[in-house]
Each structure stands twice: as structure tokens, then as C-alpha cells.
Design a binder for this molecule. Structure first.
Ligand code: PXP
Length: 251
């Protein structure tokens, strides 16, 4: 039996970034989500940041009401966000670190020193039937903490690996990739579902899709950028084909 490819979660934050550059309502991130699903996205990811720089509260409410595929709500572990998540009731919450001054989510959650802080948030979300994912570096100690915290999912931050490839630092890229491979194996052995996200493009998504335990990739910036040139449906179809090609190599 051939293994099915990982699911593709499409992050639509940057459609909201473009909308917010002009105020107003266009382009509509919910329309992007609907188009993405029509083209084959298996889920939609959106990050409600404390500063609301892209996605807004009303976008989350509309996404939950209007899309037919799972909604993955990215958020920081704060009381404000927990209250919103418990009200919106997305399929999943991905807990991410957040610093106001960063351009994007620059590193994984520090679950080792943040374990006590994260524990009640994960418990409340687990109790509400919302699938919790922790966005972490593929670090053995962090994966052990995720297991202790009863997180059903971890998403490994692939940003450093992708950056090292872009910068032509082959040795560093190989070392980062080896960490991801080991992290995926460790998580799967502990019964945690491994996802991967940040900085992925067609080529890197194809590579990580060859790891058979990887269940989901979350991809935003590259797809929205590609959409400018080829349209969002085509970008998604090409991405899904790359992921299927990668997964075929896992047989
Ligand atoms: N996964 C998580 C947890 C993220 O924070 C982000 C960025 O918002 C992504 C995936 C998507 O990263 P990118 O936009 O670089 O594809």
C-alpha cells in the first residue's frame, strides 16, 4: 500500500498582510482559504498575533464558520488567546512563541524553561477537545518535554534548515536536516505526531515529505509569494505534487 502524502496546511496570514497594508477589506484571507481548499489544501493555518499585524479576530471567526477543512489556530500561550481559542473552537491550536519586534516566528517555543507556564494552557485545550501542537526546534530535550506535557503533535521549525540552504551553507544545512530527521523519529517513537513548518518551498517540502512519519506541512509565505506569479490554485497544486513525489520516495 503506498503511503499517502503529508497533509498540506496553507497559512493565509500574508494575504491579510497585503490587505492590512491598505486598510480596507481586500484581499480577503477567507477567500484565499476557500480557494486554497478548492485547489487541494488539507487545512488552513492562521496566526492571531498579539499585535494583530495580519490576521484579526473577525478573520478567525469567519474562517471557523466558512471553511470545510480543519482550522489550525496559531497563537501564543496567553490568557487572551486561550479565551479566543476556546470560543472559536478550531480543530487545532499550534502554540508558538511571540515577540512583538520579530518579523516572523523566529525560533521554536522554549518548552524546556517554559514547561510550567505551558502546562495549564495545554491541559485546557486538551480538555476542550482542541488538538494541541507545540512549535519547537527538533531538539531531544524539547521533544521529551512535549511528551510530558501530553501534546499530541509537535511542529518542527524548519526555518534554520531552509535559511542555511538559501545561504549556501551546505554543512550547516546538512546538520539542521539531520536534527529534523532525528526529531521526527523521536517524536513518532513517543507517539507524538510530527509536523514541519516555516520557510518551506517546493524543493524543501519534497525533501521532508520523504520522511514517512511526517503527517503535515504548514506553508505560507512561499505559497502566497508564488501566487503572485502563477495564482494560488496552481501554487498549491505544484506544492501537493512535490509533496507526493517526496512521499513516493519513502516507500
Ligand atoms: N508553522 C508555524 C508554526 C509558523 O509560525 C509559520 C509562520 O507563521 C509557518 C508554519 C509558515 O511559515 P512560512 O510562512 O515561512 O511558510
Amino acid at each position: 500500500m503506498p503511503l499517502s502524502p503529508p497533509r498540506l496546511g496553507v497559512n493565509i496570514d500574508h494575504v491579510a498582510t497585503v490587505r492590512n497594508a491598505r486598510g480596507g477589506t481586500l484581499p480577503d484571507p477567507v477567500r484565499a482559504a476557500l480557494v486554497a481548499i478548492e485547489a487541494g489544501a488539507d487545512g488552513i493555518t492562521a496566526h492571531l498575533r498579539e499585535d494583530r499585524r495580519h490576521i484579526r479576530d473577525a478573520d478567525m471567526e469567519r474562517l471557523k464558520a466558512e471553511i470545510s477543512k480543519p482550522l489550525n489556530f496559531e497563537m501564543a500561550a496567553t490568557d487572551e488567546m486561550l479565551a479566543i481559542a476556546l470560543r472559536v473552537k478550531p480543530h487545532a491550536v499550534c502554540l508558538v512563541p511571540e515577540k512583538r519586534e520579530e518579523r516572523t516566528t523566529e525560533g521554536g517555543l522554549d518548552v524546556v524553561s517554559g514547561e510550567a507556564h505551558l502546562k495549564p494552557y495545554i491541559a485546557r485545550l486538551n480538555d476542550a477537545g482542541i488538538r494541541v501542537s507545540l512549535f519547537i526546534a527538533a531538539d531531544p530535550a524539547a521533544i521529551d518535554v512535549a511528551h510530558r506535557l501530553k501534546a499530541p503533535v509537535v511542529e518542527f521549525h524548519s526555518g534554520s534548515w531552509c535559511d542555511a540552504i538559501t545561504d549556501g551553507h551546505k554543512q550547516q544545512a546538512d546538520a539542521e536536516y539531520a536534527r529534523i530527521v532525528a526529531g521526527v523519529a523521536q517524536a513518532a517513537a513517543l507517539g507524538i505526531e510530527p509536523h514541519i513548518g516555516h520557510g518551506l518551498d517546493y524543493a524543501t517540502a519534497e525533501i521532508v515529505s520523504a520522511l514517512p512519519q511526517v503527517a503535515e506541512l504548514n506553508i505560507g509565505h512561499f505559497l502566497i509569494g508564488e501566487a503572485v506569479f502563477v495564482g494560488l490554485p496552481q501554487a498549491i497544486r505544484t506544492m501537493k505534487a512535490a509533496m507526493a513525489a517526496g512521499r513516493a520516495r519513502a516507500q
